[in-house]
Design a protein around this ligand. Sequence first.
Ligand SMILES: C[S@@+](CC[C@H](N)C(=O)[O-])C[C@H]1O[C@@H](n2cnc3c(N)ncnc32)[C@H](O)[C@@H]1O
Length: 291
Amino acid sequence: MTHPGHHGHRPADVFRDERFAAMIEVEGELAAGLTDRAVTRCIELLGGRPGDVRRIADLGCGPGVATSRLAQTFGSAVVVGVDGSPVMLARAGERAARCGVADRVDLRQLDLDGDLTPLGAFDLVWAALALHHTADQRAALGRFGALLRSRGLLCLLERADPMALRPANELGRPGIWDRVESARPPERATVVDLTPASGDAGAFAPAGLELLHAGRITDVVTAPPGPAVPRLIGGYVGAVLHTLGDHLDPADREALGGAAGHARDIEWGEVRVTSGRLLLVARPRRSGRRR
Ligand SMILES: C[S@@+](CC[C@H](N)C(=O)[O-])C[C@H]1O[C@@H](n2cnc3c(N)ncnc32)[C@H](O)[C@@H]1O
C-alpha cells in the first residue's frame, strides 16, 4: 500500500481527500487487533493499572479508529486526538459519537511539526503511523516524549511488513496472491532511525526517553464486506503493479493490470488481510524532566 506524504512536513493533500480518509479508516479497522495488542503491552508496562491513565494523546490520529478504541479501553481517560487534516478529524468525531465516547474524545487540529506543548501533559502518548510523516523524526520524538508525565508511556506503532491482501478471487490465476506476496520486498523501515535492528535505539536517549519494548506484531483478519474493500484492493493492486512491475510473472501482471482499474466491479470473495507493525514503547528517562 502506498502512503504518500512520508517526506512532507505538512499533512499531504491526500490526507484531506475523503476517499483516502475512508481507506485509512478501513485499514485502521482491519488493524484493530494490533491496537489491542499494543494496548495490552502498555497496560502491562503501566503495572496493570489502566484506571490510573487519565490523559491520552493520539498524535496523527487520522480517522480516529484507535482514538475511540483507547477511550473505550481506558474508561477513566480523556483522549486528545491530534491531526492536521480536518477531513480526518471529522471522521474521528463521527466515530467517537458512534462509539459513545464523544464526551471523552477531544479533537484538535495541529501540526505535529510545530509546538505541541499547548496540548498539556499525558499518561499515554500514542502515535501510530504518524512519526514517519514528520519532517525530522528525531526532533519529533523529543517533542512527543516531552508531553509525558513522569510515569507516562510513549507508544509508537509503525509499519513493519507491508499490508498483504489475499482475496478468494485469484483472477483466473491460481496462486497469484502467493506469488505477489513472495515477490514483494520487505517494507523499508519507516522509522529508519529508531528500529532496534538498526542498532540505533539510541535515538531515544537524546529525546529524553528510555526504550522499554521493541518488537513486531502481526495480525491476520478477514475483511468485512463493504464498499471500501474493493477500493483497498484497487489500491493494493495498483501498488503491487507499481512496485513489482517487471518482477511479476507476465500473465499475473496482465491479470492484475486488468483488475486495477475496475476493482469495484469484481466479485472478490472473502479477503484475508495481514497487517504488521513495529511496536516501540518508551518512558521518560529518570534524569529527564518531570511534570
Ligand atoms: C497514515 S495516517 C495514520 C492514522 C492513524 N494513526 C492510524 O494508525 O490509522 C497519518 C495521519 O497523520 C496525519 N499527519 C501527517 N503529518 C502530519 C503533521 N505534520 N501534523 C499533523 N498531522 C499529520 C495525517 O493527516 C494522517 O491523518
